[in-house]
Design a binder for this molecule. Structure first.
Ligand code: ZN
Length: 106
């Protein structure tokens, strides 16, 4: 993913509309790219922070964004485990079919 792709995904990330695969790529990029993290922070402040500030609540932007990113990272970790398990399950199914076929043939 490049910065241009990442930039397009920021509003989707902030409104929780990214699919897991895109979210994974997006998080990987913004965690490494200072400019995109900066852009994410700015857009977060504009989209979400300003409405909270309008309500007169005090608000720690960095803390709130860190929480959002931590939640997204947790979601992606769970998704990757399930993704890996689905491959294991598929491999086991194939092995079971092969064993059954061998029992029938032999
Ligand atoms: Zn970038």
């Amino acid at each position: 993913m490049n910065c241009k792709d990442s930039d397009k995904m920021i509003p989707l990330f902030l409104t929780d509309q990214l699919r897991n695969k895109d979210l994974y790529k997006f998080l990987n990029h913004v965690n490494k790219c200072e400019e995109c993290m900066e852009e994410l922070t700015i857009q977060y402040l504009v989209m979400i922070g300003s409405s909270i500030l309008e309500e007169g609540k005090s608000f720690d932007l960095r803390e709130a964004l860190n929480l959002l990113l931590a939640d997204a990272n947790k979601r992606i970790k769970r998704w990757r485990v399930l993704y890996a398990l689905s491959y294991v399950a598929e491999a086991l199914t194939i092995a079971a079919v092969v064993i059954i076929l061998m029992m029938v043939v032999l």
